[in-house]
Design a protein around this ligand. Structure first.
Ligand SMILES: O=C(O)C(=O)C[C@H](O)[C@H](O)CO
Length: 298
């Protein structure tokens, strides 16, 4: 059985609903990818999530929600702590986030990596730049050592830089840790607009070249409504135009959903173009509704 393990922070989500009300749910980039993987993967693929939570009611509800979705979840439990919270604000479908997460239990997830589910060669370990950002700074290097050892044992490592400058002390710290994370990954899933802003890439090809130079065999550059570019060892570059979505309701989790669409097909060795097309299709469905999580039909 193949396993997909995602590691990071799931939060309480407040998503705008009708009439000025907010709907509460649970979301967070790495969890969103696990949620969509569960919908998109064969039932024989085990989808697992790892994080740290507290011992309060919100933490218990989150655990129930994750497990009911069919995702394996045995988080590190930190007594006296709780989970983070974020709120989505929308401006013509483009989202921005407000966070209340500075004291969340997930910041300590790297203290309990021995509680992480065991993986075997061929399984996938996924994490993101947000995972790195929320960790207590002194635990970032040990976390990357853990990832790097998993990779040396034959686990495929996938990484989405998911740049969130507000979660880092400054831009230099963010770019340094994103680069160090990319160095231990096989599959990179960056978004071009973020990479252009923070790394100065002038075209998606520049993002590909920079990450390939760090050792990633496969780089998939998402580009909002523009073409996705994939370059992978032994394959010709692939360009895919995503379907046009006339009315974007909420862009939250567009990239996370794309990652799941792509990885769910890539891990069963579908052609690269098909994997990207599924990613684009899933992402197009997610941005037509509010909040991070929705049911997908393919
Ligand atoms: O911004 C974050 O840290 C989140 O995880 C919240 C959202 O669910 C995520 O960004 C969507 O990609």
């Amino acid at each position: 059985m193949t396993r997909f393990l995602s590691i990071g922070e799931c939060m309480v989500e407040f998503a705008p609903d009708e009439g000025g009300l907010y709907r509460s749910g649970f979301a967070g980039d790495t969890f969103n990818t696990a949620w969509y993987m569960r919908q998109l993967c064969h039932p024989g693929t085990e989808v697992l999530y790892h994080s740290a939570i507290g011992d309060d009611a919100a933490s218990a509800e989150m655990t129930g929600f994750v497990r009911e979705a069919g995702i394996g979840f045995d988080p590190l439990v930190i007594p006296g702590a709780s989970v983070g919270l974020y709120m989505i604000s929308l401006l013509e479908g483009e989202r921005s986030f407000s966070y209340w997460r500075s004291a969340s239990a997930a910041r300590r997830l790297a203290e309990g990596l021995e509680a992480c589910p065991a993986l075997s060669p061929g399984d996938i370990l996924f994490f993101s730049g947000i995972t790195m950002a929320i960790l207590h700074p002194e635990t970032r290097a040990p976390f990357l050592d853990f990832v790097s050892k998993a990779r040396a044992n034959g686990i495929t490592v996938a990484f989405d830089p998911n740049l969130r400058p507000r979660l880092w002390a400054d831009g230099a710290e963010m770019c340094d840790w994103i680069t160090r994370s990319a160095e231990v990954a096989d599959v990179l899933l960056p978004s071009f607009d973020d990479e252009a802003t923070h790394f100065g890439d002038t075209a998606p090809q520049g993002t590909v070249t920079r990450y390939r130079a760090l050792g990633a065999a496969t780089v998939v550059v998402k580009n909002g409504g523009g073409d996705v570019l994939v370059q992978s060892d032994g394959h010709a570059p692939v360009h895919v135009s995503p379907p046009k979505v006339m009315q974007v309701v909420d862009s939250t989790a567009a990239g996370d959903a794309f990652n799941a669409g792509f990885l769910s097909r890539w891990m069963r060795k579908a052609p690269l173009r098909e994997a990207v097309e599924v990613g684009c299709n899933v992402s197009a469905q997610v941005i037509r509704q509010r909040g991070a999580l929705t049911r997908i039909s393919l």
